[in-house]
Design a protein around this ligand. Structure first.
Ligand code: PLP
Length: 386
């Protein structure tokens, strides 16, 4: 029997699994039953649950001082910001607590960049249809999906959505002189695990460069490391001006980061932005171990495991399509995905759904044998559902 969530706001549909503990890519319910975790708790536990290296950095920091106010110099923040800049080529980092906040910071900076340089009215941010950028009112507005907007109007103004199958729409919008930034996910996660079409990526590259429009890459779900490189945009040869991170960055604790490159490095000045918990010392200490471990070996492991999963699932009974990049994989099934995910949970495999498809976001270091054991169970549940 699982406990009833009587006093939790009813904002989430929950699988009937009461998770009590986790180690690596296994999690355990309150009866001690083990589950193969192929969702890594929505991609957050990027090196598995309670990973030893991450855990010792976090607990060591908690024992020293768990939180350092942003009014003082915080060694864990300094060292993580240096590492992120060294690995990405960025010059500055703003730390927050979540993906939505990292994106809010990116949009504020993009608007200020434009306001300093151009006449009023050049403040619109173009995002993709079917995108997802968070749940604050402004990030709902940035999200290009009407289902998320309903009943929450009025939304923040200044967002336009384009269909990534139609680069002409992007050219048209960026030619109006009203656009300050284009914000993209290189793989739209909540939108159904859909990689960006190559032609659109090339259009983004051209139009942002030619019009001094900033490129913001939302790597909250598709990065870091998940798509087989440190950042998913590297797969498209893009050079963003601003990059946002969250989920896997914290490795299990809440942490958001907004990375500023080149011409955006000096945009945010004293008093422009802030956060009480942003850049929490324990979260930063853990995140440093995450970024240090994202090496070429890990990336090639991600790509190898990805190829095994695609190979096992493509063309299997009850599966219409498998898509994604690296270890961000969507499975379109003939039968409703949520019911399949529920049955998988009953058979000891956890995964989530995204816009009508099954979604895999396993820990990047999941052992191949465990991953494939989980995939075989998913495959048989899908086949039985037909
Ligand atoms: C691409 C993307 N951006 C932003 C967010 C929002 O992140 P958070 O829930 O941490 O605010 C998410 C969360 O799923 C996401 O996938």
């Amino acid at each position: 029997m699982v406990q009833k969530a009587t006093h939790l706001a009813d904002t989430y549909k929950k699988f009937p699994v009461e998770i009590e503990a986790g180690k690596g890519s296994l999690v355990f319910d309150s009866n001690g039953k083990a589950y193969i975790d192929l969702g890594a708790q929505t991609g957050v536990n990027i090196f598995g649950s309670a990973d030893d290296i991450w855990l010792s950095a976090v607990t060591e920091q908690a024992g020293k001082i768990p939180h350092i106010s942003n009014s003082y110099i915080s060694p864990p923040q300094i060292s993580l910001s240096e590492l992120l800049c060294e690995r990405s080529g960025a010059e500055k980092v703003f730390f927050s607590n979540s993906g939505a906040e990292a994106n809010e910071c990116a949009v504020k900076a993009a608007r200020k960049y434009s306001a300093r340089k151009y006449p009023d009215g050049r403040h619109t941010v173009v995002t993709l249809q079917n995108s997802f950028h968070g749940r604050t009112i402004s990030m709902l507005s940035a999200t290009g999906q009407a289902t998320f907007h309903r009943q929450f109007k009025p939304l923040t103004s200044g967002f336009e959505y384009v269909n990534p199958d139609c680069p002409e729409a992007l050219y048209r919008l960026c030619g109006t002189g009203k656009i300050c930034a284009v914000m993209i996910e290189c793989v739209r996660g909540e939108g159904g695990v859909i990689p960006l079409p190559e032609a659109f990526a090339q259009a983004v590259k051209r139009v942002t460069t030619e019009n001094d429009v900033l490129l913001i890459c939302d790597e909250i779900q598709c990065g870091p490391g998940r798509c087989g490189r440190l950042f998913a945009y590297e797969n498209y040869g893009l050079s963003p001006d601003i990059v946002t991170l969250a989920k896997g960055l914290g490795g299990g604790l809440p942490l958001g980061a907004t990375l500023f490159f080149g011409k955006t490095a000096d945009v945010l000045r004293e008093g422009d932005h802030g956060s009480t918990f942003g850049g929490n010392a324990c979260a930063c200490a853990g995140a440093e171990t995450v970024i240090r471990r994202l090496t070429d070996d890990v990336f090639s492991g991600v790509m190898q495991k990805s190829a095994l999963v695609f190979g096992a699932l493509e063309g299997a009974k009850g599966i219409k399509k498998v898509r994604g990049k690296g270890l961000m994989i969507g499975i379109e099934t003939e039968q409703p995905s949520y019911e399949i995910a529920e049955k998988c949970a009953g058979r000891g495999v956890l995964l989530t759904t995204a816009k009508g498809c099954l979604r895999l976001l396993p820990a990047l270091n999941i052992p191949e044998s465990l991953l494939m054991r989980g995939i075989e169970i998913i495959k048989s549940v899908i086949a039985e559902s037909v």
